[in-house]
Design a protein around this ligand. Structure first.
Ligand code: SF4
Length: 410
């Protein structure tokens, strides 16, 4: 482990692999919870934290899943006390993902007391029929109730996750959900088109011909999303992510340079890009190719150019850590140019694209030299724009960002 504080990793992800039940579309690693396994998982997660703690100085922490809010008060306290003991608290941004069905005032207070300052709530839809269709465990009423509980507990940075192009969802239903969600006044909004992952019930239904995918409708829904969120004072900063620019819920845009406390570290390479103040800094670090530790079953780490992945099996994860080892299934060290290509591809998801100088600082490669032909081809197609200081996708290009990103992968 390096001993210089300056080189410590500033981003930490923790995966909680338990859910009350499996949603129809979900390919994340999670399983229905059982008390004993959760307790065992927590004990070994603390051990994994102990193994990496000396190499961490978290500026951003993100508990994702799975359903982190499924953990009870005692279990949360066990994790947070361990983090306190290991000097891992105090991050500028500390997010916990919550399902509206498992938010309580006591839990919200506990999280707040330990420095959690951002909650990401998986809403997906505000239409009861669609919530059932997706296999979600919560109702629309629980969304409003939980939002209120979180506000009362003092959370002033809330994200709502929404999903569109759900089978059976009409444009009118999407519009109604979007309008109601925007009216809640969260600081952040993430909204993804349904994707059909192998081995999910929704994919099986699609293959069985139970419904068709309507790409034109999905495009219309995406346009509604961008227009609606913009009109409500959000600024789009990534394909699927929108944030407010200031605490007063106005559309004023600030740059990260003007975010004083705990701004991005050099590890994130984010000193020049204009993004809204309430952008999720943890995710921005991913898109900008920064290092991060990912702990828990199935979690990926990317530390100084080396990518590792933990076993996506909670039993195995517990066994490995029980023997004192991190439960790493695979390790990959990419050649520098390939790594730079991946960094380019990820960063293009952001509306700001890649400032040339920042890309060079992050990767040691010049975007204009290595990918000049690809950039020109995308610009000719109307998918991208080459400005004097940066390369970025156009609104049309963002719609096809995955295809555009492919061109940068070497
Ligand atoms: S709650 Fe989230 S992680 Fe759990 S099954 Fe549903 S979508 Fe997947």
């Amino acid at each position: 482990m390096p001993d210089s504080k300056a080189t410590r990793v500033s981003s930490l992800y923790l995966h909680v692999p338990f859910c009350a039940q499996k949603c129809a579309y979900c390919a994340f690693y999670s399983e229905p919870s059982t008390g004993d396994l959760i307790n065992r998982y927590i004990a070994v997660l603390v051990h994994e934290l102990e193994i990496v703690a000396d190499d961490l100085r978290p500026e951003t922490i993100f508990f994702g899943g799975g359903t982190p809010s499924l953990l009870n008060l005692r279990q949360w306290e066990q994790i947070l006390r361990a983090m306190e003991r290991l000097n891992l608290l105090g991050a500028a941004e500390f997010t916990v993902e919550c399902n509206p069905a498992t938010v309580s005032a006591d839990k919200a207070k506990l999280l707040r007391d330990f420095g959690v300052n951002r909650i990401s709530m998986g809403v997906q839809s505000l239409d009861e029929a669609l919530l059932n269709r997706l296999g979600r465990v919560h109702s629309r009423e629980m969304v409003f109730k939980s939002f209120d509980i979180l506000r009362r507990a003092g959370f002033d940075n809330l994200n709502l996750d929404l999903m569109f192009a759900i089978p059976g969802q009409t444009l009118e239903v999407w519009r109604a959900t979007l309008t109601e969600a925007l009216a809640l006044g969260s600081e952040h909004l993430s909204s993804y088109e349904v994707i059909y992952e192998d081995d999910t019930p929704l994919f099986a239904q699609l293959k069985a011909g139970e419904f068709d995918v309507d790409e034109d409708l999905a495009c219309a829904m995406y346009e509604e999303l961008v227009d609606g969120a913009t009109a409500a004072g959000f600024r789009q900063y990534e394909i699927a992510n929108f944030a407010r620019g200031s605490k007063s819920n106005t559309s004023t845009v600030q740059s990260l340079q003007s975010v004083p406390e705990g701004g991005m570290t050099e590890d994130c390479g984010l000193t020049t890009v204009d993004i809204p103040a309430f952008a999720c800094r943890h995710n921005v670090n991913y898109w900008r190719g920064g290092s991060f530790y990912g702990l828990g079953p199935s979690a990926t780490s990317y530390v100084r150019g080396v990518r590792t992945k933990n076993w996506a099996n909670t039993q195995l994860y517990c066994e490995q850590l029980g023997k004192g080892n991190r439960a790493i299934e695979s390790r990959e060290e990419l050649p520098p140019l390939r790594r730079a290509g991946e960094t380019a591809a990820f960063g293009l998801r952001m509306v700001a694209g890649w400032p040339f100088e920042e890309f060079q600082r992050t990767t040691n490669f010049d975007l204009r030299r290595e990918w000049s032909a690809d950039m020109n081809q995308l610009a000719d197609r109307g998918w991208a724009k080459i400005s004097p200081d940066r390369f970025h996708l156009t609104p049309r290009g963002l719609r096809f960002a995955d295809a555009a990103a492919e061109m940068f992968l070497r």
